[in-house]
Ligand binder design. Structure first.
Ligand code: TXA
Ligand code: MG
Length: 319
């Protein structure tokens, strides 16, 4: 029996009030951001953070992103070394997460940071998320609102498909516009490390930071990457397909014939926005007909890098 009757809230004043009230009460609410839907809980509450791990079935060592209304709020929690001020000034609010050294007295649950001396902070742009943050008046921990290892949600329906009965509510504000998770950067005295490709393309960042440093620090917790299989559909997934095999659910990119498409015009922004929705849809078709999913090659530039990163993990051998 599911412990919760998960409610669907509307993106109006009443929905925003109820979402904030549930969060203040230590409950979980899936909230829209411009990247993907987040599984939100009060970042200062151990109980709420523990519930996030439980609802996702997520490995405990994986720390969570903390969402804040503004750079000013972030300054109360963390230091801004190296390129951090410039990055926050240029790209917050938006699809950028910064991993920063914690300040004493930050007030966050140790479950959020996984016991690290750093914290991942993000100021999202989505108006509804901003309204909930303002109403709550505190930091919100929010990983993507999917069961651990599965495809990230870009609609409220995706959230319910994975987490119905496990969370108090989902606030439905329609599809996410960016469609892939935030880019994660760790600025420091030795330059800025790239921890995860995401909704902010590297080409936009490097004019400001210089070349990003690949993340090679041994033993550190990394973005959902080193976990081989991630974002995985239930069906088998074949990458870089020429789509010639009709015994597959074919996802195209560009004008070539296919069953579904990331972008008929070959537009990477549109492809990112439709990536997880298309994977969800292809997975339903593929499972119903017992077929694999084949997907066309995606150019490895701009948002294409984040798309290819997610596709490689989605296709990785499952353990
Ligand atoms: O777009 C997004 O970033 C979405 C929306 C909801 O904001 N959130 C999201 O969160 O993707 P999540 O929890 O799925 O991914 C957070 C990643 C984790 O894989 C974790 O390893 C990394 O951020 N992370 C968090 N804190 C870190 C830290 N102190 N050092 C290194 N990596 C960290
Ligand atoms: Mg995730």
């Amino acid at each position: 029996m599911a412990p919760y009757q998960t409610q669907t809230l509307h993106p109006d004043a009443e929905g925003i009030d109820r979402a904030a009230a549930w969060l203040a009460d230590g409950q979980l609410v899936a909230l829209p951001t411009e990247t993907v839907y987040g599984l939100a809980g009060d970042a200062t509450s151990d109980l709420a953070c523990a519930r996030i791990f439980e609802a996702k079935g997520r490995p405990r060592f994986n720390p969570l992103i903390v969402h804040l209304p503004s750079r000013e709020a972030a300054r109360g929690i963390a230091e801004f070394p190296g390129d951090a001020e410039a990055l926050a000034g240029a790209f917050w609010p938006g699809p950028l997460t910064l991993v920063l050294p914690l300040k004493p007295g930050h007030g966050l649950s140790p479950l959020v940071t996984g016991g690290l001396e750093t914290v991942a902070l993000r100021v999202p742009e989505h108006g509804v998320m901003q309204a909930v943050l303002a109403k709550l008046g505190g930091p919100v921990a929010a990983p993507s609102a999917n069961p651990s290892g599965r495809i990230s949600p870009t609609t409220a329906a995706h959230v319910l498909a994975g987490l119905s009965g496990r969370i108090a509510a989902v606030l439905d504000a329609g599809p996410c516009t960016v469609g892939v998770e935030s880019t994660i950067l760790a600025p420091g005295p030795e330059g800025t490390r790239l921890l995860r490709e995401g909704g902010l393309p590297r080409e936009a960042v490097e004019p400001l930071t210089g070349p990003l440093v690949p993340d090679t620090t041994p033993g550190t917790v990394q973005a959902p990457g080193q976990l081989g299989s991630h974002y995985a559909p239930a069906a088998a997934l074949v990458l870089n397909s020429d789509l010639s095999d009709p015994h597959a659910i074919r996802i195209g990119f560009g004008p070539a014939e296919a069953d579904l498409t990331l972008s008929r015009t070959g537009d990477l922004v549109e492809a990112a926005a439709s990536l997880f929705r298309t994977l969800h849809e292809a997975d339903a078709l593929a499972m119903a007909r017992n077929l694999p999913i084949h997907i066309a090659p995606i150019p490895d530039s701009g948002l294409g890098r984040a798309i290819n990163d997610r596709l490689r993990r989605a296709a990785a051998p499952r353990s």
